[in-house]
Design a protein around this ligand. Sequence first.
Ligand code: ADP
Ligand code: MG
Length: 736
Amino acid sequence: MSKTKSAESVKVVVRCRPLNGKEIAANHERVVDMDIKSGQVLIRNPKASLEPPRNFTFDAVYNWDSKQIELFEETFRDLIDSVLNGFNGTIFAYGQTGTGKTFTMEGVRNNPDLKGVIPRSFEHVFTHIARTQDQQYLVRASYLEIYQEEIRDLLAKDQTKRLELKERPDTGVYVKDLLSFVTKSVKEIEHVMNVGNQNRSVGATDMNEHSSRSHAIFVITIECSETGLDGENHIRVGKLNLVDLAGSERQSKTGSSGERFKEATKINLSLSALGNVISALVDGRGHVPYRDSKLTRLLQDSLGGNAKTVMVANIGPASYNFDESVTTLRYANRAKNIKNKPRINEDPKDALLREFQEEIARLKSQLQSKGGGSRRKKTRRFNENGEEESGSEGTDEGSLSDDKQAKLEEEKLRIQQDENMAQEEKKKLLQEKERKIRLIKKQQQAKEQLAGKIKAMESKLLEGGRTIVDHTNEQERALEAKRREIVEQLKKEREMKQKLEEREGSALEAHETFTSLQQEVAIKTKKLKKLYAKVQTAKAELEDFINIADSERVELQDAQLELSREIRLKTLIIENFIPTAERKKIEERIYFDEDDEHYKLRPVHDEKQKVMTRPKSAAGGDKRPRSMFTKMASRIDIHNHRHLSDNILLVELDMPTRTTRDYQGPLVAPKVQAALDAALQEEGDLQLDASADIFSLKSKKKLKTRVKSAKVRSNRASKPTADSADYPTSRGLVPK
Ligand code: ADP
Ligand code: MG
């Protein structure tokens, strides 16, 4: 089914942008040097001027003077050609924010010289198709973004929707419900890109900030069908992923603490997972943690899989970028060692082109069975202009049914004019004719619709020279060929040079015989110098790795601290506000679904947790017993829900908001309260002298009134316990 090629390394190139206006104005020093011929990058540590510069070798390096077209011709073109031949291909742009990732991928819009690899690949794809023969192509584009581990379809109408990753055993990981648009020209696919780019900035308060934290992936799927040597129709499908990664710099934390928490858990998870995947692949560890992030899952094929991959590592030239640039170079240096096994995707199950072809064939046979289209095939096949040739055959069809219709109309008229026929019969016949005319018209309409559908579907399939035409002239083509030649030459030279250097290094170990002591000393000194340099490089490398690991550790610790605090808060809330029984129930049923990356609840089925089902009433399978009257009523008046056996609505009782308050005794002024308290103090038993004259009528009365008023305030004072001394006699209203 598929042709396997031998392993192929991920191709890694480095690009350094020029010092920008600000940097020049601030007199920033450039610490990067590049040797294009040998593919080397040299970077000096501005803090240690005595150290020899760090030296890295890559498949190619591009300095501040490099042109977009150079990168395309030298580095990207082959990859895109492979995709046209049915390989999967991926281009990553990696690097610190502001070093030219987007410049490399997209470039500057409306400036032909500054166009990046994405728009250039559009042109390349459609020009290639235009130059082919006897092949049918279907080109589609999708555009998505990964931000805080959420996938957003940049071409969808609803930008709030988040998409899920799914996996199928035959076709691997894919994004569920991701839109893809069939495009027939450069213009169309550019439009798709522009729409996606507009959506990318929607909702982002600070686009720079947003793009530095999100990954954008533009996907072009190219399907090609061709009749093979076996006479069968074969389909190859190539997919090109164009990835503008998030900035690789350590993220400074911003936003409120809630946001920060989200960032601590999610930001750049994809990027660090990418690093882990690269490390695992390079170190030959058995387990490669692709599943750790959306990005690595989605691009699994591109890293150690069956795709061809190019990584562009972007760096800044200035001294203050040194740390980040070294980190990027180290990262890129590791990625060089990833081995892929590129494979052509032949006749995959999910080829859309096959579906199109089959659907077109089906519609055509349907059209034919309706009595048309028999001549259609011939006229279409040999049309020189590449235009839909439905005209001639269409008129044939049309005139045929037109004839029938005219005949029917004529007959209708004759019947109308016939004097001998009875009114009844006349009416019936006329109706019959009219019905037939309507039927013919309807059939005609259906056929036209079908033909239109076929035409629309066929227009999406591209064929070189027919539906898509190459507009480059001879001169331009010759120029292109020349450019390719030069590029090839350069590549060869660089490879030779790199091999030569490698050999020189290994020659050191070879045994040599010395003719004189002096010669031996000279040669050994040279050797020593070289080895010393090697030690220095190794030391520098070690130092870099320690630095990188250190800052990574600090970052992880920060994130961990943040997370454990958050967990503490959540645990507190759970422990204090959620009943233990409920929590236990949930804990027993919950599990983590690895595929959906969500917690889910297991259905309740075991005996212990069995939920009571509603007992079915014995009578006729009703959910609950019903009276005869209700049954009759429900049969007669079916629209009255009142008599239905099921509850059609489950309504929670809506309690009205309370309008009353709990009773509170009247407020008593403090002075009054104090007086009351004094009056109601417990007053032990009193000794009464019965002989005293307080029991005379007058004083008795006084006592009574006093007791009465005390009773009103408190029921403790039920006994008249008073002494004449306690109750001074009134002085009356008027003083004597
Ligand atoms: P990134 O996407 O990595 O954050 P950009 O692509 O947005 O960086 O680049 C930042 C700025 O630098 C932009 O204004 C871009 O035009 C400019 N730039 C980047 N690379 C180059 C280059 N090779 N030549 C000229 N300008 C560049
Ligand atoms: Mg960018």
